[in-house]
Design a binder for this molecule. Sequence first.
Ligand code: C2E
Ligand code: CA
Ligand code: CA
Length: 659
Amino acid sequence: MLRTLQSFMRIDAEQADLNRARYRALSKQLPLMYGIVTINMIGLSATHATTAPLFLTVIFPIFLFAITVARTTKYIRSRHKVFSDEQIHASLTRTTWLVVPLALAFSIWGISFLPYGTPDQNAQALFFNSVSVIACAFCLMHIRAAAMLVLATVIPVTCIFLFMQNSFAYSNVAINLTLVALVLASILSSSERDFTQMILQKREQREQHLRLQALYEENKRLANTDSLTTLANRRQFLADIDDLVEKSETASNSFVVALLDLDGFKQVNDVFGHPAGDQVLVETAHRLNETFQDQNVLIARLGGDEFGLLFREPGSDEEVKVAARRACMALRKSYQFDEGSANLGATIGMARYPSAADTRSLLFDRADYALYYAKQNAKSEPVFFTVEHERMVFANSALEQALRHADLEAEMSVEFQPVLDLDRGHSRGLEALARWFSPTLGSVRPDIFIKAAENIGMIGRLTEVLFRKAVSEARLWPGDLTLSFNLSAVSLTSVEPLMRLFSIAQKQGFPANRLVFEITESAVMKDFESANVVLNYIRESGAHVAIDDFGTGFSSLAYVHRLPIDTLKVDRSFIRDLLRNEKSSNVLRSILSLCENLEIGCIIEGVETQEQFDLVCELGGRNIQGYYYSKPLSAGDAHMVLQIEFGDDHIESHIRQAV
Ligand code: C2E
Ligand code: CA
Ligand code: CA
């Protein structure tokens, strides 16, 4: 019984929000309740002032009044205070338990007047008890237990007293009061249930809102995060720049946008596979995070192997450069993964707001120009944007424009540079080198216009024009002389471009076995598998494959034996250093012996002087290309040199054959 009562009285501490709502309601309603009780009390005391004892009319009311004032003040004050959940729970429990003694005290006090009053006064006393109890129950309706206790305390006490009077009228009042109390209890009960329901619904709504909010936040986070590296993604990076631009309009702040590009990432992907590539990206993110952990820098992966750094509090240009250099250094450390290891580098281009640009897109473009410049000129040294870079980019676009409108047949030509074969004492073949004389730009270097042609998707057409010109000269050369032709990386993505070249050679009657296609290491590494397919196709068609500029790119001998290669062409940078640097001659020696072991040819490029020539011979080089033997020659000059080398008759007979 006691336990049932206890559980009925218990206020659930878990329902913190419900308790808080109850407390809020009570702090408004209880002062009203005490107000009504006090007024009724004064009224009752006043009407009995002359008939009832002082204890009932003054002393006890003062005592009750003091309690009433104390409770009211407490509730009024509490409206402006912040309470913990525990405090509120304790207060509600206290209020519930206080209800019984207080209700008893009031009702007994009210009834105690009956022996002293006239019938009118008694009616007032009964009225006091009945109305007060109804008012109190209403005011306490948010604590069901308290409301019920008030009814359960006052009504029985009053009714017992009324029945004891043995008066039909009083008994009627008692029955009436009991019925009203029962109805009231049921109404209060259901309204308390509704109240609880409403609060719980509100809580449910709030929780749902919070869940949605969390979901929204999570979605937002995912939408702004790069899933592989967990860095911010491009969207977040751009949004943060926008934020800074917006803030800086009022606060005249400065910040730096830096774009970072990994050098050699694609090769890792191609040679070791995508999982290794992913590991490199994750490790890069980790190293960048470590490098900038103490600085206010947003690090983002913008896509592929491109990263963005947003220096929010950059300091001076030099300070930013120092930080960026640290990042480059961190990324230069060797990357280890299951399949092997690789050394990569990083290039960084930067633009400062607002000196370089004052809009997001311009900042981005200019950091990109600086990156472009850094890639061409200052690898591994971070570069701040200057107008020079923009000029360079625009010059490139002017060049692309001129190339787009060029009359390729008229403006393009081919020069030929002989490759000396020491064992035979004359040229073993000639390399075709593209030349462009533009009516608007003048002579343009081949490495520049070849890259431009790649950029604007013209390389296929250009290659065919150059190849046709080269072959139409080469078919006039003596029998076994080869024609070396440079292929751009784009030509290695599928066999179709090569098929077209072979058909051009065939139409002109030039045998495939006198063709050598030169491909740079970096072109092969751009897409190792496709390049492998194309190189095999070249070999199957009877032509030969040479790796150009060997030693400058990936610098890995690992792939050489995996590819169908006939010749390595050692880059001229080795020859340049040969006399000064012992390491170069060691490298050259080891490349020569590698070629010997693999039974492939080796051409030493860029031999310019007698000394270099002697040294190369000493190291065992047998095939030499460079200014020392011959500069690139016009078709006519090449023809003359071959006449000298092979004797007039020899050449004449070949020309006759070819015609
Ligand atoms: P490459 O294939 O390495 O060609 C050799 C380059 O070195 C040529 O420059 C040649 O003139 C130069 N050279 C030869 N001997 C010496 C020397 O002793 N000293 C020095 N300093 N340089 C020497 P060029 O003609 O300016 O060609 C540059 C690059 O342009 C070529 O490098 C090649 O990558 C590219 N290229 C040229 N023609 C074509 C072409 O028809 N198609 C493609 N895809 N690329 C071409
Ligand atoms: Ca070449
Ligand atoms: Ca070369």
